[in-house]
Design a protein. Structure first.
Length: 186
């Protein structure tokens, strides 16, 4: 389904420390959409380390907002992924998990004291330990900004590679590709 073999997907799951569903459990649609995003980023040469860093920050942000208390699901951080809404239209949506924060990601004020359920008590509040959702989101925005720049650089290269592959391997007449040829930015 993802266009990659089991070993590749298993490696992503291991690196990202994802819950691996059992044989009877199966993969949710949200889980598959998340993996599609990760595979797309890898195809655009975004490193696993960068993807993991963004994913870890998204989970930390969701914990600070107490989203982890909404459900007992082992994939609580992925459950909002792939809910059918256009991601590009949402300034309040996290890149990988797809979670809608309810406020713009770059907002200066955040209501983050809501708690929806039980969780293990902490000795100190997150703010007392120096954790603040605004600081976490600032780090997140820096990482996502770097990813955006890399994707902008890689996109023309990928388009040219797809054009070349179509011409060489699919043997489509060159007239059909003249109008479809991507313009090189170089």
């Amino acid at each position: 389904m993802l266009g990659r073999d089991t070993l590749y997907v298993g490696n992503l799951q291991r690196v990202l420390k994802l819950h691996v569903p059992g044989k009877t459990e199966g993969y949710s649609q949200a889980y598959l959409v998340f993996l599609e995003k990760v595979i797309a980023l890898r195809a655009l040469h975004i490193s696993q380390e960068t993807i993991k860093a963004v994913f870890d920050i998204e989970k930390k942000c969701l914990r600070l907002l107490h989203v982890d208390t909404l459900t007992d699901s082992p994939t609580w951080y992925l459950d909002a992924c792939g809910n059918g809404e256009k991601e590009s239209d949402a300034a309040d949506r996290l890149l990988l998990t797809g979670y809608r924060l309810g406020f713009p990601v770059d907002a200066q004020t955040v209501q983050h004291t809501l708690d929806f359920g039980d969780r293990a008590p902490e000795l100190f509040d997150g703010e007392e330990m120096g954790e603040d959702v605004r600081r976490v989101l600032a780090r997140y925005l820096d990482l996502v900004g770097g990813i955006r720049k890399r994707v902008e650089r890689e996109k023309p290269v990928l388009e040219n590679a797809l054009y070349w592959a179509g011409r060489v391997f699919l043997r489509v007449p060159s007239d059909a590709h003249r109008s479809a040829r991507p313009r090189s930015s170089v």
